[in-house]
Design a protein around this ligand. Structure first.
Ligand SMILES: Cc1cc2nc3c(=O)[nH]c(=O)nc-3n(C[C@H](O)[C@H](O)[C@H](O)COP(=O)(O)OP(=O)(O)OC[C@H]3O[C@@H](n4cnc5c(N)ncnc54)[C@H](O)[C@@H]3O)c2cc1C
Length: 348
């Protein structure tokens, strides 16, 4: 059997591993021992009991693939280096995703330590009065809504550098989110930045670039994502751009390598970095590995505009598709359905 190595067990990597494990000798390499449904992590931050619905160990959904818990440090055209181990491959899928600050994502974590850290973090949130959210993009808005609808004693402030929330979404969606949050007592400061490069969870006051003092017992950094591509840069420096994204061609090959593919947040494809797009990349990569084996031409990845759903607490949400916006209970029901469907498909 031909060997397939996969780096990263997030949305893209878990899907590729599951699709190919019956026909190839698959090895999944991940720094974590579990898959986590990141879009629902915001509800687990305010209710850690939800965590078990959104996590699954890799060894529980993969029946035949080998799982190696470790960090890929370097790659060549036919090997992955993980500590002292060398994993040989005929095909490689790089799906190492991106970093967000704690508590949204953690990389070097086992499922039990992740649960403990989130529970401790929940205690910190529970004991805090003033909550600062830095960034009013999708995750900042969802987090503010989660906290405002579940923890009624908090004074929440969002500081957003732009003049409207979720500014890449249609204006109607921004307006709905603003109205919803302000009704719940959330203070929103637009067009200002938090100064300095502080450790965001420290119990101290923050200042904006216009000199406004923000009291904060707990702060969340909801801006910026960084691709996990150090090992690609170390191996092929010219194939990683300034921001850290990997050069990917239309068949999702790492440029210049017919047997190495790249999918998910780490690619340099110009589109929103979402779980939905990562899953679509995974389908193309799995089919292209099969196509190469059968001597067939490679499929191309074509970006499509997809609906986005933002939840506002448990019972409200906003669905946007191009300029079309629906807000209310239906989007939140659809989002829960997607979570159950995705987790159900892994649990089998
Ligand atoms: C708070 C939040 C809310 C979100 N909400 C939505 C939403 O509603 N809808 C949506 O579509 N998307 C949403 N997203 C985006 C979505 O989570 C990401 O686009 C998606 O997780 C990307 O999947 P991926 O497979 O590329 O990588 P990831 O999910 O980042 O997984 C990458 C995996 O690779 C591992 N890894 C990294 N480096 C190495 C290495 N060197 N060696 C081995 N393993 C490595 C990591 O530990 C991780 O397990 C949200 C993201 C956040 C943070």
């Amino acid at each position: 059997m031909k060997k397939v190595a996969i780096i990263g067990g997030g949305f893209a990597g878990s899907k590729i591993a599951k699709s190919l494990e019956n026909d190839f000798d698959v090895t999944l390499i991940d720094t974590k021992d579990y898959f986590e449904f990141t879009p629902s992590i915001l509800s687990a931050i305010t209710d850690p009991a939800c965590l078990e619905d959104i996590q699954i160990m890799h060894t529980h959904y993969l029946k035949k693939a080998k799982v190696i818990i470790g960090r890929a440090e370097k790659i060549s055209g036919n090997e992955v280096f993980v500590g002292k181990r060398k994993i040989k491959f005929d095909y490689l899928a790089i799906s190492s995703g991106s970093k967000y600050s704690f508590p949204f994502k953690e990389h070097d974590a086992l499922i039990t330590s992740r649960a403990n850290r989130l529970r401790n973090h929940y205690e910190d949130l529970h004991n805090s009065k003033n909550v600062l959210i830095i960034g009013g993009g999708l995750s900042g808005v969802e987090l503010a809504a989660e906290i405002a609808t579940k923890c009624h004693d908090k004074k929440i402030t969002i500081v957003h550098a732009m003049d409207r929330l979720i500014e890449r979404q249609p204006e109607k969606a921004s307006e709905y989110a603003k109205r919803f949050l302000e009704k719940k007592g959330v203070k929103i400061i637009f067009n200002e930045l938090i100064k300095g490069n502080r450790k965001v969870r420290s119990k101290e006051n923050f200042f904006t670039d216009r000199g406004k003092k923000i009291e904060s017992d707990i702060a969340f950094l909801c801006v910026g994502i960084t691709p996990n591509s150090d090992f690609i840069r170390k191996s092929f420096p010219k194939l990683v751009d300034k921001k850290g994204y990997a050069s990917t061609d239309e068949s999702l090959n790492l440029k210049g390598f017919r047997n190495i593919f790249v999918g998910g947040d780490v690619t340099d494809i110009k589109e929103e970095k979402t779980a939905q797009n990562s899953i679509e990349h995974a389908k193309v990569i799995a089919s292209n590995i099969i196509n190469l084996e059968r001597g067939k031409p490679l499929n191309k990845y074509v970006h499509k505009e997809r609906a986005m759903i933002l939840s506002l607490g448990r019972h409200r949400g906003i669905l946007t598709y191009k300029n079309f916006v629906i807000a209310g209970i239906i989007p939140s029901m659809i989002k829960r359905h997607i979570q159950n469907k995705e987790m159900g498909s892994l649990k089998g």
